[in-house]
Ligand binder design. Structure first.
Ligand SMILES: Cc1ncc(COP(=O)(O)O)c(C=O)c1O
Length: 424
């Protein structure tokens, strides 16, 4: 260490007995190695701003200026003086930490205010806060259903939706992305007495597609199923900011909505918006609520301040949509220009030595390496860490047990499917 501090290596175990090392898969993780290399190479998604928060155009510590098209600060409120003022006032009044679980001593008037305002905005009876959007999905889905019930999950739903469904005691059945036909064919095969929950994202973060919510609401009614929508990317964007279900005119037929307040509400945390009796159940039994420290006061104060600005200034959402349309038009006019995808290009995680990305100098978009969905189809969103395929469609393992390969020609590079939960 430059400052002379001693760092202890991972200690060796006292008795070498031939036992496998349980940290081995972490220490020899190929994706972690790729990240280390990206870090050293100054790859965009691993670069750090020279100072302060990232801006749309930011000077990074490696001396390069980059345009960030991937930040989720949709209405641009994260640096707004009104929101910062609310967060600073909360820090002074409520301290830096809640230092306790909501069910013990972590609940303050701030937490209750945010829950009331989120419930009111969603026009649901209630809302319950969680420490992240991921934990909102985990809180509601892990406690939903009983053995014999079925959660039907879109294959492209967020990784946390799949992880949360897997934590439920119900059976999980996946249906093809946005395919009503696939959903119906599964519904037809299920026990007519089973409790049914259809779980989707309102807006799919990697592609910007919306779910066919009007049709899904019809199926909900026809099959007496519950409909749960992850509105992480729809919240704060649609007409009055309630999400994709509102845009489809069916928000009254969604049984529970999860949101991530890190997207449009200039904060961090999540919430489940649903009838009061359901939120009571979540408060009573969801691990993420009961045993986790309450959201920190500054973040809890920032979110309602942002929500009030959004409600007062709906033109922000209009401007956001106009910006989205403009970007889409400009990119469409520019035409598809995927970076070269020769077989020699390294896949991510790289197994062939170099991980230097193929982006031309000076055009490093910022975004995650692959979609956080555990489905077989992986899409890159301007990913500086992939080989350049606009989509990664790994083949199944070949019959000799070899690794999956990218099925896009002429790429064919070996690739490994990232495990869903480990992709941020
Ligand atoms: C659809 C979706 N749900 C949930 C989350 C998780 O939100 P958070 O970052 O607050 O955990 C994300 C994050 O990007 C997301 O895209």
């Amino acid at each position: 260490m430059p400052d002379g501090r001693t760092i202890y290596p991972v200690p060796s175990l006292p008795h070498p007995t031939g036992r496998r090392g349980p940290f081995g898969s972490l220490m020899a993780n190929s994706r972690a190695e790729a990240f280390r290399q990206h870090d050293r190479a100054g790859v965009a998604s691993h670069a750090v701003p020279a100072a302060g928060a990232p801006l749309p155009e930011t000077l990074f510590a490696d001396g390069r200026t980059r345009v960030d098209l991937g930040r989720n600060n949709y209405p641009g409120l994260a640096g707004d003086p009104q929101i910062i003022g609310a967060a600073v006032a909360a820090l002074r009044r409520y301290d830096t930490s809640s230092s306790g679980s909501r069910v013990l001593n972590g609940t303050t008037r701030l937490h209750l205010t945010l829950e009331e305002e989120l419930g009111d905005h969603a026009r649901t009876e209630a809302a319950v806060l969680t420490s992240s959007g991921i934990n909102a999905n985990l809180a509601v889905l892990s406690t939903t259903g009983a053995p014999g019930d079925v959660l039907l999950v879109d294959t492209h739903a967020h990784a946390s939706v799949h992880a949360a469904a897997a934590a439920s005691r119900a059976t999980v059945v996946r249906f093809r992305h946005n395919s009503l036909e696939s959903l119906v064919s599964r519904l037809e095969r299920l026990d007519p007495a089973a409790g049914l929950v259809v779980v989707i994202d309102g807006v799919y973060s990697m592609t910007g597609e919306t779910a066919p919510l009007a049709e899904l609401a019809e199926l909900r009614d026809r099959w007496s199923a519950r409909l749960v929508v992850d509105e992480a990317h729809g919240f704060g964007v649609g007409a009055t900011g309630r999400g994709a279900a509102e845009a489809a005119g069916v928000d009254g037929r969604v049984d529970a909505t999860t949101i991530a307040v890190s997207k449009s509400l200039a904060s961090v945390g999540g919430a489940v918006q649903t009838p009061g009796a359901v939120t009571d159940g979540v408060r009573a039994s969801a691990l993420r609520y009961v045993f986790s420290a309450a959201n920190d006061p500054a973040a809890v104060a920032a979110a309602p301040a942002a929500l009030r600005v959004l409600r007062r200034e709906p033109e922000r959402m209009g401007r956001l949509r106009a910006n989205g349309d403009l970007l889409r038009r400009v990119l469409t006019e520019a035409g598809p220009r995927p970076p070269p995808c020769p077989a020699a290009a390294p896949r991510w995680p790289c197994r062939r030595g170099t991980t230097t990305p193929p982006w031309p100098r000076g055009v490093p978009p910022i975004g995650p390496g692959s979609t956080p969905t555990p489905s077989a189809t992986r899409r890159c969103r301007g990913a500086p860490v992939c080989c350049g395929c606009p989509s990664w469609r790994p083949t199944r393992k070949n019959s000799s047990g070899g690794p999956a390969r990218c099925s896009r020609r002429p790429c064919g590079s070996p690739g490994r499917r990232p495990r869903a939960e480990s992709v941020a």
